[in-house]
Design a protein around this ligand. Sequence first.
Ligand code: SIN
Ligand code: FE2
Length: 218
Amino acid sequence: MFQMDLLPEQLGDLPSKQEIAKDAYLINGFALPNQATLLADLQHIISVAPLRHMETPGGFIMSVAMTNCGTLGWVTDRQGYRYTTHDPLSGQPWPAMPNSFMQLAHHAAIETGFNDFVPDACLINQYKVGARMTLHQDKNELDFSQPIVSVSLGIPAVFQLGGLSRSDKPIKLALTHGDVVVWGGESRLKFHGVMPLKANCHPATGDYRINLTFRKAG
Ligand code: SIN
Ligand code: FE2
């Protein structure tokens, strides 16, 4: 009886966190408490630095629309993948990273054992139905000792986390509104991607999925 009385209370206090691979974690719903502020801050960023479909070095147009906030923003064009201080569309610096974004990323990292994560870059990805992200490594950053914090908003997606070689079979994770994935340490350079998005609708984002990827790039 004693155990049964205690259990629901204990569960209520525990964040729903699971280790999905070595040094890689899924924290379900971690972004939910601050979602109103996050979404308002996101709207502002998109109004200043609009989402756009970038071109890969090989000449393909990405199905995911992107923008950035923070002192560094990730871009791709025919010249290659890199970080820039300025939005190539406007010639202006990328919008500053809102405090709500910074706090969320920092606290998600602490929750998973990365205690001093201070991101300088936030890539904002917008997926419509059919959009996907093929398996890739995040390796344009200078310091691989810092993790990646990835926040999912809006309609669900299937995230893939593979190994250190492209041919390693990935695990698949269903990500929904408010979920946060953190990968660092031995998983920092693992291949990852997103399966083609299925049609759906979410009150926060309509027909879209939005992903915020926080990194220490510089
Ligand atoms: C990415 O790897 O850049 C995006 C991951 C995601 O959208 O969940
Ligand atoms: Fe990535």
